[in-house]
Design a protein around this ligand. Sequence first.
Ligand code: ADP
Length: 483
Amino acid sequence: MLKKTSHFMREANFIGGAWVEADSGATIEVVNPATRQTIGTVPKCGRAETRRAIEAAEEAFHSWKKTSANDRAKLLRKLHDAILDNQEALAELLVMEQGKPLAEARAEVGMSAAYVLWYAEEGRRVYGDVVPSPWADRRILVTKEPVGVIGAITPWNFPSSMLARKIGPALAAGCTAVAKPASQTPYSGLALGVLAEEAGFPAGVVNIVTGSASEIGDELTENPLVRKITFTGSTEVGKVLIQKSAGTVKKVSMELGGNAPFLVFDDAGVERAVEGAVAAKYRNSGQTCVCTNRFFVQEGIYDRFVEKLVEATNRLKVGSGLEDGTQQGPLIDEKAVEKVEELIADAAEKGGKVVAGGKRHSLGGTFFEPTVIAEASPEMRFMQEEIFGPVSPIFRFHEEEEAVKLANDTAFGLACYFYTADLGRAFRVMEGLKYGLIGVNEGIITTVEAPFGGLKESGLGKEGGHQGIEDYLDTKYVCIGGL
Ligand code: ADP
């Protein structure tokens, strides 16, 4: 396995077009969460290496921003093709460091390629404006230009696609990038560096630094050469990055935590709702920011929904992501398992009924049984806290308004889902939910063509869609007088 993926498994950082170690020679071990074995190391870099990466990106920016959108698109299309040509090897590498089932890893790598292609295309459509002037002798132009060097910090749950959907629009817009992948899953990010180099991006356009999150984060946020920070991760860290970016008034894009509600009304088809529930809950073993955190089910359909979800949950095959047919891999680490255990214990104490799973899986390590908790109630911790694991708490509600109120009773506002056959209700509920992403009778809705992003404490800015490139652009107004 290692042999097949070793070309991409780079145990070095990519700075200014060179593959380098940390100045100190220090490294971080990377562990396969399914086997708990170390699969390799990556450099443990800090501020000095990050500063050099930023300077290399700044140097590269001067010429990169002057290339045509079409030339940048050509390189991005090469990168897209290279990702797809190597989809299998990249997917296996992703499974080894992250644990998700191979089918999900293939889909993630496919999404990475899709983001790169989408922004290769969108980069050619960064239009400005010529605005009717209020003055006879002056003209008004509005132009868009790349912001400059961007810092991208990405999480472990989608280590490939989260980076692709940041560097895709950044490079298409004419920005250069310094990226920091999560320490648990650095290889998928470094692999994009390998492919970018092979595709022919000039030295310094893409830089990838691994190591101390706080040191790299501090340099990225404090260095005035960096003009934008784009982050996907926890709300807690996102708030710190926003505060630190304030010192040099950088643009920020934040894809932060969620607390997704999934509403099922009495008039919904229970089979379809359960199918959507499984997809929206258990993908990546519940470790995505758009995974359902709370099911709210109307009283008339409650028992049937619980019964069917329990059946579907018990059918899920737990195992190593590389085994055929696996649907649930391990959780990322021991801390994640402890959090899930705490939340289940809290629910059980407060009257919740564990009707499926509920404990560590017999496979050991960080494998956990997919779990359903019936009779959930608002005083339980998962009403407000992100579970990030395969646990489905099911609350009961009576009225539509009550359901919308419960769904909105959170500081988060990323994804939500609801199932109904009533068109009027669909519009009322959609308009009532304070969420950036809404699935109506659908449990999986992310696609490169649509803007992904949260409201409230779930984030700022959009990724994907035509909106996703805007955050990498500065708007300039030019007044031409004396005509
Ligand atoms: P999670 O809780 O899901 O692991 P985090 O927000 O802690 O999410 O991590 C997401 C990314 O942010 C990772 O790349 C992590 O290394 C990085 N990170 C964590 N703390 C900081 C920090 N203080 N400054 C910058 N980046 C950080």
